[in-house]
Design a protein around this ligand. Structure first.
Ligand SMILES: Nc1ncnc2c1ncn2[C@@H]1O[C@H](COP(=O)(O)OP(=O)(O)OP(=O)(O)O)[C@@H](O)[C@H]1O
Ligand SMILES: [Mg+2]
Length: 502
């Protein structure tokens, strides 16, 4: 193959942070019109490699060729000029602006003259979204939208800049099934136009659905680059995790009898804003309740209302038969409720604080000795959590901001499980975590339920929802439309139809 067929070629790229090597002699190439999957465990170096291609970081060694020509990419502007666009894993939108303004905001602040007027921006944004077959209001303020809309806006933004290579770093992490499918179809169309896509994902089904070739990174090194036709899913998983894993997504009946007591949580006629309407359900100790629904169905808003973030307009919540008022997260925590939020960066973590401080934040009560913090106990507690969740951090004192995306997610989960809540609500708990960690998180959810906790799991991944839920509550337009025991759900398709309200 002629090297000019490689729209991107990275040769012997190495990169370290503060003397810690993160990428070691990595080679990576992308052909014109190909979807190239980039896979690897949390912290393997995927995002870092792509940030080098995008001009966010500079490599310590190695070179980059675009269409066969060596280039120096020292800024995002350089990368854009070379035809490289990126959908960031960590969102880079301006919350105070509208969707349309974000899409057409010139990357360079000095470049004000190129800002287009609002009406044109809204019209062009509409066209982009129509092409993507997604329903986003270009006039909506970004801060008022959920993460899924942020991601769609990011994708539209990159597309509007005529990128020849589009880097997508876990683009479906917070999309519902039908939105992901719309994105895949869009990727197919882009591919047909000769645009190349570098696709980072922890989801094997997506990799097989989309990619022509796959490169696996392990601990900063390239393990392999192969056409998907010549590797099996088992080989890929083993390559990523470094060992075999089995039976991760099989539903396992747990013994309920031990906990079949009074309800742990009773929600009656809960209404909060326009997204949660007259919701009623019961959660027993030892039970895992799955919440299914499309994007915008009110799942996240229900979780937020139960955790005291959003104001409840009417209805009542009882915990162990006792009426509670959950008007703030602190009241919810005191009542034994914990929430692992969907948007880990905005709600789950204090990014500039250390991993340890983040882990200990909800646990301060446990390590307080009068007015002092027991530093030793705090150290022990955070080390235990870091070990238990295999959080990959150079040091517990490093800011959380410097962790890879998946490891940030682990810190959020560890932080809330550390509070030992009776009722745990998890909103897309495995978004962004690698396959090995995902199976650990699902096991952890099962174990917590077996220990008598009540668990509410929100997930857009049906296999995952079916793997752990004992019952599935289907939400649509803020209301419960179905409450189905797991035993009545034959397969994913059944659930999918239920979610669509068929
Ligand atoms: N700016 C930085 N300073 C210090 N360390 C960093 C920085 N950026 C990344 N790292 C470290 O480099 C390693 C690779 O991180 P990277 O984000 O590339 O992983 P990843 O493969 O994208 O993982 P994930 O699947 O979790 O997103 C991690 O150990 C991370 O903590
Ligand atoms: Mg990453």
């Amino acid at each position: 193959m002629n090297t000019a067929d490689n729209v991107v070629e990275m040769r012997s790229v190495s990169k370290g942070f503060n003397g810690v090597p993160v990428l070691k002699d990595v080679g990576f190439d992308v052909r014109r019109g190909e979807v190239h999957a980039l896979a690897g465990g949390n912290g393997a170096g995927k995002s870092t490699l792509m940030k080098i291609l995008q001009g966010v970081y500079q490599a310590d060694a190695g070179e980059i060729l675009i269409s066969g020509k060596p280039v120096r990419i020292t800024s995002i502007q350089d990368a854009k000029a070379a035809g490289i666009g990126m959908v960031f894993q960590e969102f880079s939108l301006v919350p105070s602006l509208t969707v349309a303004q974000n899409i057409f905001l010139a990357a360079e602040p000095l470049d004000r003259a190129r800002l287009i007027d609002d009406r044109t921006a809204v019209r062009r944004a509409r066209e982009l979204f129509a092409e993507m077959e997604v329903n986003v209001d270009p006039r909506a303020g970004v801060s008022r939208l959920g993460t899924a809309y942020w991601q769609l806006t990011e994708i539209a933004k990159a597309l509007s800049q005529n990128a020849q290579v589009l880097i997508m770093d876990e683009p479906t992490a917070s999309l519902a099934r039908h939105e992901s499918e719309a994105l895949f179809e869009l990727i197919d169309r882009l591919k047909a136009r000769g645009i190349s896509i570098i696709y980072i994902s922890h989801r094997m089904d997506e990799v097989y659905r989309l990619a022509d070739r796959i490169t696996i990174l392990r601990d900063g090194r390239r393990l392999l680059t192969e056409p998907l036709t010549s590797v099996t899913p088992e080989q890929i998983v083993e390559g990523i995790v470094g060992k075999k894993i089995e039976g991760q997504l099989a539903y396992r009946q747990r013994d309920h009898a031990a906990h079949d007591g009074a309800p742990l949580l009773e929600v009656r006629g809960l209404t909060a804003g326009r997204r949660v309407r007259d919701v009623s359900f019961t959660l027993r100790p030892g039970e895992i309740l799955g919440l299914a629904g499309l994007m915008g169905s009110g799942r996240t808003e229900l979780a937020r209302a139960l955790f005291g973030i959003d104001r409840v307009d009417s209805g009542e919540v009882r915990i162990r038969g006792k009426k509670v008022s959950l008007r703030s997260p602190q009241q919810a925590i005191d009542a034994g409720v914990a929430l692992v939020p969907e948007d880990r960066r905005a709600q789950g973590l204090v990014l500039d604080h250390s991993v340890r401080e983040n882990l200990l934040l909800p646990l301060l009560g446990q390590i307080q000795r009068g007015p002092f913090l027991n530093q030793g106990a705090g150290k022990d507690l955070s080390s235990t959590l870091i070990g238990k969740f295999a959080v990959k951090a150079a040091h517990p004192q490093r800011p959380v901001r410097l962790l890879s995306g998946g490891n940030q997610q682990k810190v959020v989960i560890a932080k809330w499980l550390g509070t030992d809540p009776d009722i745990l609500i998890l909103d897309e708990p495995t978004a962004g975590v690698d396959i090995g960690t995902k199976s650990e998180i699902l096991d952890m959810i099962r174990d917590l339920a077996s220990a008598g906790k009540g668990i509410v799991v929100i997930s857009s991944e049906y296999p995952e929802l079916l793997a752990v839920s004992d019952r599935v509550l289907v939400l649509k337009d803020g209301s419960v439309i179905r409450d189905i025991p797991r035993s009545e759900i034959a397969d994913e398709e059944y659930l999918q139809l239920a979610v669509q309200g068929v």
